[in-house]
Design a protein around this ligand. Structure first.
Ligand SMILES: CC(=O)N[C@H]1[C@@H](OP(=O)(O)OP(=O)(O)OC[C@H]2O[C@@H](n3ccc(=O)[nH]c3=O)[C@H](O)[C@@H]2O)O[C@H](CO)[C@@H](O)[C@@H]1O
Ligand SMILES: C=C(OP(=O)(O)O)C(=O)O
Length: 413
């Protein structure tokens, strides 16, 4: 599957951002913490959600999908989610905590590496161990057992998003109180804590670097709508600036995209924040900027590729350092094939702005690399064909329709 883009169009109009992929995936996993009925609204219809829904069905719970509303209830029957599904998405490892906490045992395949790096899970495991789980490795699977999890102090060597989420879920049904120190601060962590609290959990401090979780005996069903996707919003902000367009992005929390807004303004684009909306107007001249990806509230690694596509037409040299993932420059050779001048030295890329990009056939190696190539295609002369577009559909709802409604010349092939 490919997406074709004819470049040199200016995006204009308004776009509505969907709910966050990185919030809904852990929330779908956390819905397993109760047998009660959980109703999730405005769920984005993206491939990763379809995969996690299949995983939930495999575990034996009831799941009803009605457009963007998903209803889940019932007990976990199977404690071993199938490898064929687990290997498709990183977030499947988030099933570990709810299965362990409710069934006392879980068996999940090690997630393995992916296009953006090795992505170990040692911090998740350190957390489960500290909560009293016994861990063994068998046939590529992690088996964790604990009759009853017990609260503890857990210091994370790095503020891992996934480890913070897994520990928060497990600790919410443990006996006693857990403190996660050096916890991740991402808005998706706050959303997950709000969801667990809506089910009757007792989590305080999410969004700060110490999270306190008082375990409860039981959680109950609830209704919930997760936050808007700050990375989808950032992607449209970049596309607007890159095409020298004028776009109003609706359903965004401006605070969540501050780092992207700051760097876009430094590059010369005009950004106006409203209540739950942002207007971005691109300018002919793009100033070069320095970017270093960092955990939230720093510049998000999930926006690095899209920003690099934009900077390939800057007047001067930009420097982008990727500090979160060890190997997240897979989009660079593809951008270079379109005429960009980018040199990689270790974890840093030097982007020397060029006069123009030229459309050609390129390959999406991962989700955000794919989004970056669509943006590059909209800036380039001629037609760009982005193959392996299933990567893009993992995390963007109706992306082709949304860009087309803003005036992009884009279609699926
Ligand atoms: C589904 C989801 O929410 N995915 C997001 C989540 O991924 P994810 O939860 O996998 O990201 P982490 O914050 O855990 O990973 C960040 C860094 O920590 C390392 N690490 C992580 C865990 C661990 O046990 N040991 C370890 O060394 C990773 O290899 C990586 O270098 O946060 C990332 C960082 O913002 C985003 O890019 C992903 O889009
Ligand atoms: C890296 C990403 O996601 P995941 O952690 O699900 O692979 C992403 O959303 O850019």
């Amino acid at each position: 599957m490919s997406i074709m883009v004819r470049g040199e169009t200016r995006l204009k109009g308004e776009v509505e951002i969907s709910s966050s992929k990185n919030a809904i995936l852990p929330i779908l996993a956390a819905s397993l913490l109760t047998e009660g009925k959980v109703i999730l609204k405005k769920v984005p219809l993206i491939e990763d959600v379809k995969v996690i829904n299949c995983l939930l069905k495999e575990l034996g719970v009831n799941i009803k999908e009605n457009g963007n509303i998903i209803t889940i209830d019932g007990n976990i029957i199977n404690i071993h989610p199938p490898y064929e599904l687990v290997k498709k998405i990183r977030a499947s490892f988030l099933l570990m905590a709810p299965i362990l906490a409710t069934r006392g045992e879980v068996r999940v395949s090690l997630p393995g590496g992916c296009a953006i790096g090795n992505r170990p899970i040692d911090l998740h495991l350190k957390g489960f161990k500290a909560l009293g789980a016994e861990l063994t490795l068998a046939g590529g699977d992690i088996i964790a057992k604990a009759k009853k999890l017990r609260g503890n102090h857990i210091y994370l060597d790095f503020p891992s998003v996934g480890a913070t989420e897994n520990i928060m879920m497990a600790a919410s049904l443990a006996s006693g109180t857990t403190y996660i120190e050096n916890a991740a601060l991402e808005p998706e962590i706050v959303d997950l804590a709000n969801f667990i609290n809506a089910m009757g959990g007792k989590i305080n401090g999410a969004g700060t670097n110490i999270i306190r979780i008082e375990g409860v005996k039981k959680l109950k069903g609830t209704e919930y709508t997760s936050i808007p996707d700050r990375i989808e919003a950032g992607t449209f902000m970049l596309a607007a600036a890159a095409t020298r367009g004028d776009v109003i992005i609706n359903n965004v929390i401006p605070e969540h995209v501050k780092a992207v807004t700051a760097k876009l303004m430094e590059s010369g684009a005009q950004v106006e924040e409203g209540e739950n909306k942002i207007r971005v107007q691109g300018k002919e001249k793009i100033n070069p900027v320095y970017i270093k990806t960092l955990p939230y509230p720093g510049f998000p690694t999930d926006m690095q590729a899209q920003f690099m596509a934009y900077l390939s037409l800057a007047q001067g040299s930009s420097i982008v350092t990727e500090s979160v993932f060890e190997n997240r420059f897979m989009h660079v050779p593809e951008l270079v094939r379109m005429g960009a001048s980018i040199r990689i030295e270790g974890r840093t890329a030097v982007i020397k702005g060029v006069q123009e990009l030229n459309g050609t056939e390129v390959t999406a190696t991962d989700l955000r690399a794919g989004a970056a190539l669509l943006i590059a295609g909209m800036m380039a002369r001629g037609i760009t064909k982005v193959s392996n577009s299933y990567h893009i559909d993992r995390g963007y709802e109706n992306i082709v329709d949304k860009f087309a409604r803003l005036g992009a010349d884009i279609k699926r092939e």
